[in-house]
Design a binder for this molecule. Structure first.
Ligand code: URA
Length: 210
């Protein structure tokens, strides 16, 4: 597909994703599963973080032991569905700073329109993980990443639950420097920009607003 795309195929992720796709799964269970999958996705997406060593003393002796190096982590949620992925990732890296980008899709053009933007200071220093469950057309993800780059961000990774081929391609073309992690690459988009077979509207499934 594209060089920047990694599909995290862990059996636990795939099993939980099937439960999430099932339309009979209620919002409370959907949220619980999303939290668990985001924890597992974050585990995959952070495997290349740089390590240094830290001097500590165990109850037995002193020594140098692995610890995260360098850039402070920042998670950026694309509102509103991104918040569903945020929670599980924060379980894994509770010390990360959090930013939010508010974008909505114009229903006619499918273009992303910004209505909110707030990110932590020194964003240029941070390793930024942008999260949104659905990479559909790629418009929102690409707009959010462009906006973050304008604000100074230089080290970015995009994490989603499902990607459509069009969205993954568009994002890779617009931002070839940004790795994409997803749990699955689905077949296609429908004429309204929804992913098939997909799981429906992620925000509605998370918050029960359908
Ligand atoms: N956003 C969603 O929530 N679902 C899709 O299928 C596509 C975009």
């Amino acid at each position: 597909m594209t060089d920047t795309l990694t599909i995290v195929k862990h059996p636990l992720i795939q099993h939980k994703l099937t439960e999430m796709r099932d339309k009979s799964t209620p919002p409370a269970q959907f949220r619980r599963l999303l939290r668990q999958i985001s924890f597992l996705l974050a585990y995959g997406a952070t495997e290349d973080l740089d390590l240094t060593t830290r001097k500590i003393e165990t109850p037995m002796e002193k020594g140098d032991f692995p610890a995260l190096a360098g850039r402070n982590l920042c998670l950026v949620s694309i509102l509103r569905a991104g918040n569903g992925l945020l929670e599980g990732m924060l379980d894994l890296v509770p010390e990360a700073r959090v930013g939010h980008v508010g974008l909505y899709r114009d229903h006619d053009t499918l273009e992303a329109i910004e209505y909110y933007f707030k990110v932590p200071e020194a964003i240029e220093e941070r390793q930024v993980f942008v999260v949104d469950p659905m990479l559909a057309t790629g418009h929102s993800a690409s707009a959010a990443i462009s906006r973050l780059k304008n604000a100074g961000a230089r080290h970015l990774t995009f994490i989603c639950l499902l990607a459509a081929p069009d969205g993954a391609r568009a994002l890779a073309e617009d931002h070839p420097d940004v790795p994409i992690y997803t749990a699955a690459l689905d077949r296609e988009l429908n004429e309204k920009g929804y992913i098939l077979p997909g799981l429906g509207d992620a925000g509605d499934r998370i918050y029960g607003t359908a």
